[in-house]
Design a protein around this ligand. Sequence first.
Ligand code: FES
Length: 177
Amino acid sequence: MEERAMAIVSRRKFLKVGGGSIAAGAAALASPGALAEQEARHAGRVTLPYPEKPVAVASSMPANEPVEFNYPDDESPCVAIKLGSAVPGGVGPESDIVAFSTQCTHKGCIVHYDAQTRNFKCPCHFSMYDCEKGGQMIIGQSTTDMPSIILSYDASDDSVTAIGVNGLIYGRQANTL
Ligand code: FES
């Protein structure tokens, strides 16, 4: 009985010491700077250096039709859409202009915009995303929303500019390469 109790105690002690050693090892591998950056990222204090890129002149955008552009670089296809009525996150005089990456978050196929439902539809495995709700995933194989492109609007020249990305673009470890 006593022997068994000793065995339990020593196993607990081993796990405690072992766990501590693993944590200490991990901390030793990550530099203080890397840990600080990681903590800052989790706290939302660090933003990636996104470029500013002109997308369109708001008044010249066709209603409910995708306008293609690439952002944050040439390898990343996106569309901007003037939906015709205000939506959360929309910019422009009517707060109705939104933009998204067009690479499906499941396996990267290019999604197509359905003007009738105002959804993106993926031809590969049929995931669907709601453009009026920030690219929210509706159904399908994917498990995350479409990355949305953060837009700014300048009333002085009616210009719409891409300034960042919400969410991770498919196939990337970071949105900016
Ligand atoms: Fe779009 Fe699979 S790649 S659902």
